[in-house]
Ligand binder design. Structure first.
Ligand code: HEM
Length: 257
């Protein structure tokens, strides 16, 4: 059977997202030993020092890879921030937000309005997650610099006590926000909850969504993509050579000329 698929996330977006997800897991685990005295008392000083360095090293790709993606694809970054995260809400966006909780518990009984590229509540959650990540990174850089960029306190930049206190509070509060929204994001994005089954493929697979799933979740976006053929491919099970619809249409047009 031939099925239509729509490209949703580029390789760069998936690579950046995957790096952030893996780094987050390492940062949370190592952070337990950096910030909770009971955990480092239990693990001992050597393990704690090792975890402090794991925490710092995992922070490097967590910061640099999204920064690289931002500057490498300014168009994509602009689209993410201005079209999606800060995009203006319409009537359907408000209706989706109002019905979200009942939908979460009884998806088959609640009829949701069609959505644009990213659902209204998902835009809020993604935005909070992104900004919490930015604040964690900025405050973390201050905390790291103060103790020295290299082992033995080398390459240190010393900040005032007030700055250090603010950096610690920002790091802790952003972490709490990050965990709350991160867990919700993983629960929905991981596809554990029925209407979202299979969505993990969008970020951890080939970045494509089937026409039927796209129409169900993001009706307006799917209609535009299907009508223009942009990023749409026709695939047959067992055949690894997808037919790209836009290229096929352009090819037919070129042959007619
Ligand atoms: C294992 C953990 C994670 C899973 C399973 C997951 C899953 C997903 C999925 C499936 C999407 C695509 C949603 C869509 O196409 O509508 C997505 C998008 C996104 N995720 Fe995650 N995610 C995880 C971790 C993270 C982390 C740690 C961050 C933040 C640092 C994050 C930030 C984002 C953002 C900002 C988007 C929107 C990207 C865009 O629209 O281009 N995710 N996630």
């Amino acid at each position: 059977m031939v099925e239509k698929y729509i490209k949703r996330h580029s390789f760069l977006a998936r690579f950046t997202h995957g790096t952030a997800a893996v780094c987050c897991v390492i940062l949370v685990i190592s952070g337990i030993f950096v910030f909770i005295p009971a955990a480092n008392n239990w693990a001992g000083p050597e393990f704690t020092i090792a975890m402090r360095w794991v925490h710092r090293i995992a922070a490097i790709p967590f910061i640099l890879v999204p920064l690289y993606a931002f500057f490498f694809s300014l168009k994509g970054a602009k689209h993410l921030f201005f079209h999606n995260i800060f995009g203006k809400w319409d009537k359907d966006d408000y209706e989706f937000a109002a019905k979200f909780l009942p939908y979460l518990f009884a998806p088959s009984k609640v009829h949701m309005p069609p959505q644009r590229e990213v659902k209204s509540m998902q835009r809020v959650a993604d935005g909070i997650l992104l900004f919490a990540g930015i604040f964690i990174a900025l405050s973390g850089i201050v905390l790291w610099l103060n103790t020295g960029l290299l082992p033995g306190g080398k390459w240190a930049v010393h900040f005032s006590n007030e700055t250090m206190l603010v950096a610690k509070i920002v790091h802790d509060i952003s972490f709490l926000v990050f965990i709350v929204f991160g867990l919700g994001h993983v629960y929905l994005g991981g596809g554990i909850f029925q209407p979202y089954r299979g969505t993990a493929r969008l970020m951890f697979g080939d970045g494509k969504v089937s026409e039927a799933d796209a129409a169900y979740h993001w009706g307006y976006w799917a209609n535009v993509k299907i009508a223009t053929g942009e990023g749409v491919s026709e695939e047959q099970k067992g055949n690894n050579d997808p037919v790209l619809i836009k290229e096929a249409i352009d090819g037919v047009k070129a042959n007619k000329r």
